[in-house]
Design a protein around this ligand. Structure first.
Ligand code: GLC
Length: 642
């Protein structure tokens, strides 16, 4: 096999020529990074493409990295240096995330700059703006059908606005997070247009089939992502004269990562956006990028190998940049996105803790922590350098990712419990005041996912309407947020949840939205509620004040640094979840009553965990105990003992 380029190679590879005009210091920094990251890059490529193809791909990627490096601004080079010196920046307990659609949060990109003060009040240091590159016209799956990677959606601004917004955010201590929609492009994207025009180079960017033979074989093992509005995973296209792989909607064409040209294209997109100031890329639907017959074509080993390669390219050119895996997969398959075995810590830097999100909602509905304790304890430890992204809600529906084994271990039936959760959150179960909407009912497997804003799911919307039970619902929301914020990971608040905002009753009115009820929980930020955010006598004020307090307290607790593993404590009362974190500065014990009744934490357990002398960081008070040493936990009480 021909040797991949050696940073010391005397035959002057392309990257050396690209950097020739830079200062000596800049050139040395690039070389040192290349030495550091080339093995990760090469290993990733070898695992995906093998030793025949890899030697020709390495120099292409290194050349792209060098070009981007040479074009990077001084301010961003400085950011690179800062993060090289502080590689745990995403794990710091002061990190607070917020995610929003630009237009729904602030109208447009200049509007985002005007709302930086609002974000800082919450303590936000990480802002995920939902897809804002030019999408296809009409339904674009919330922007996840990108038609042009080089421009911003016209109504939101320009690339220059994006760069200015990034700079303004950086100056306010906020990192900018954007989606990199890696699995597909819009049918209207130039690559797809050229493929339809018959250009063989671009036909190879997609997965095309002349007839149904192969699609049928693949489909035997493929689950349907959108069974209601896009059944099946392949779409016939007359202009292509072929079936094209479309995991999601018919107009979202999966690209073929088995083709290294596609990797190089995406590397170029990452590097360009990084140079406009993007700090974190959310790798949308990353699980799906490698297909393998006979499997569900999710999370194949090549997915992780290619992520590793992409990350290595970014580390060489712009190490301020991190990657986040959007892999909403079974807990047992999640760790691979952060790297396992010899890839540990080399794949994505962040991954969504979907299991925690599901278990928080499960605990609240069932008022029982036993399933959560089981599911969260069997999840293997993540790499110490990687970070969970913890969240209560996001822009997507909730799929009830409860493993049958975990359910069985605590005496439940997986299918029945999943059905219960759908019924509960759709408001169809006696006693539930939730107002979720069923998303993508799949009659084949009984799957009924749920859309809905946190306030609507937790009963706050109903309580506000009936003017009864508001305090209790707000307390439940505080508890839910506390579980997410105190778990250890980077908590991300979904826009509107900081005000306890309910479902948007007019979600279906906008063009292209009516078939997709996820828009119910993507409301425009309610300005009237925002005005009330410091008025604790209102529901909005209560929720906001609680959230700010949780986030500020978190920022003071080194025990919540993302490198520390969370363990689940023994369950003594089925209504009480205990979390334990051992940090060099001392222990953190989180105690959570997930019920609407007073529960007790036994005195002997307090002794057993050596928690008697600890102080509740949230109230600032020492642990209060009754004469027999037990701790009374008010409905939905939270203690963060340190
Ligand atoms: C991700 C996004 C979701 C989108 C899908 C297809 O799962 O979160 O909103 O529909 O990818 O791009």
């Amino acid at each position: 096999m021909p040797a991949p380029p050696d940073p010391e190679d005397s035959t002057t590879p392309a990257w050396r020529a690209t950097l020739a005009g830079l200062s000596e210091d800049r050139r040395v920094a690039f070389e040192v990074r290349l030495e550091r990251w080339l093995p990760d890059l090469r290993d990733g490529l070898l695992a995906a493409y093998g030793d025949q193809v890899t030697p020709s791909v390495v120099p292409r990627l290194v050349a792209l990295a060098a070009t981007a490096y040479a074009a990077r601004s001084d301010a961003l080079h400085r950011r690179d240096l800062e993060r090289t010196l502080r590689p745990d920046w995403l794990q710091d307990p002061s990190m607070v995330g917020y995610a929003a659609y630009t237009e729904r949060f602030a109208g447009d990109l200049p509007g985002v700059r005007d709302r930086i003060g609002y974000l800082r009040e919450l303590g936000v240091t990480y802002l995920h703006l939902m897809p804002l590159l030019t999408p296809r016209e009409g339904d674009s799956d919330g922007g996840y059908a990108v038609a042009d990677h080089t421009t911003v959606r016209a109504d939101l601004g320009t690339m220059a606005d994006l760069a200015e917004t990034a700079t303004a955010l950086h100056e306010a201590g906020i990192s900018l997070v954007l989606d990199l929609v890696v699995n597909h492009v819009a049918r209207e994207h130039p690559w797809a247009v050229k493929a339809r025009a018959g250009d063989p180079r671009y036909r190879d960017y997609f997965l095309l089939f002349a007839d149904r033979t192969e699609p049928d074989r693949f489909e035997e093992a493929l689950p349907e992502v959108f069974p209601e509005f896009a059944p099946g995973s392949f779409t016939w296209d007359d202009e292509l004269d072929a079936w094209v792989w479309t995991t999601f909607n018919a107009w979202q064409w999966d690209v073929s990562w088995a083709n290294p040209d596609v990797l190089c294209e995406f590397a170029g997109i990452v590097l360009d956006l990084a140079n406009t100031g993007v700090d974190v890329f959310r790798l949308d639907a990353i699980a799906f990028i490698w297909k393998r017959l006979g499997t569900d074509s999710q999370g194949q080993p090549e997915v992780h190998a290619l992520t590793q390669a992409l990350r290595a390219v970014a580390r060489i050119a712009c190490p301020a940049v991190a990657l986040k895996a959007e892999a909403i997969v079974a807990p047992s398959r999640l760790l691979a996105y952060l790297g396992e075995g010899s890839s540990s810590g080399k794949v994505s830097d962040l991954a969504y803790h979907n299991s925690l999100m599901v278990q928080v909602w499960s605990m609240l509905a069932s008022r029982d922590v036993r399933l959560a304790a089981q599911a969260l304890s069997v999840l293997p430890a993540k790499p110490a350098s990687a970070t969970w992204l913890t969240y209560l809600r996001c822009h997507d529906d909730i799929g009830w990712a409860v493993m049958d084994d975990d359910a069985t271990a605590v005496g439940l039936s997986g299918p029945l419990h999943r059905r219960f959760l759908s019924d509960w959150y759709a408001g169809d179960f006696p006693g539930s005041s939730a107002r979720g909407l069923v998303f993508q009912h799949n009659p084949v497997d009984g799957d009924r996912r749920i859309s809905g804003a946190a306030a609507s799911l937790i009963g706050l919307e109903a309580a506000e309407e009936h003017r009864s039970g508001v305090l209790e619902a707000a307390a439940a929301l505080r508890l839910a947020h506390a579980l997410v914020i105190g778990f250890g990971g980077l908590p991300v608040i979904w826009s509107g949840d900081e005000l306890g905002q309910a479902n948007d009753p007019h979600w279906a009115d906008e063009p292209g939205h009516d078939g997709d009820n996820r828009w119910a929980h993507r409301p425009r930020l309610d300005r009237d509620r925002a005005e009330l955010r410091t008025d604790g006598s209102t529901a909005a004020g209560r929720v906001h004040t609680d959230l700010v307090h949780l986030l500020r307290t978190r920022a003071t607790l080194p025990q919540l640094h993302g490198s520390v593993e969370t363990r689940i404590g023994p369950v003594d009362d089925p209504g009480v979840l205990v979390t334990l974190r051992e940090h060099a500065v001392g222990r953190f014990v989180g105690v959570h009553n997930v019920t609407s009744e007073t529960r007790w934490w036994p005195g002997w357990r307090v002794e057993d965990l050596d928690a008697g002398g600890l102080v509740d960081a949230l109230s600032g008070r020492p642990l209060e105990r009754t004469h027999d040493g037990a701790v009374a936990l008010a409905p939905y009480a939270v203690l963060w003992l340190v």
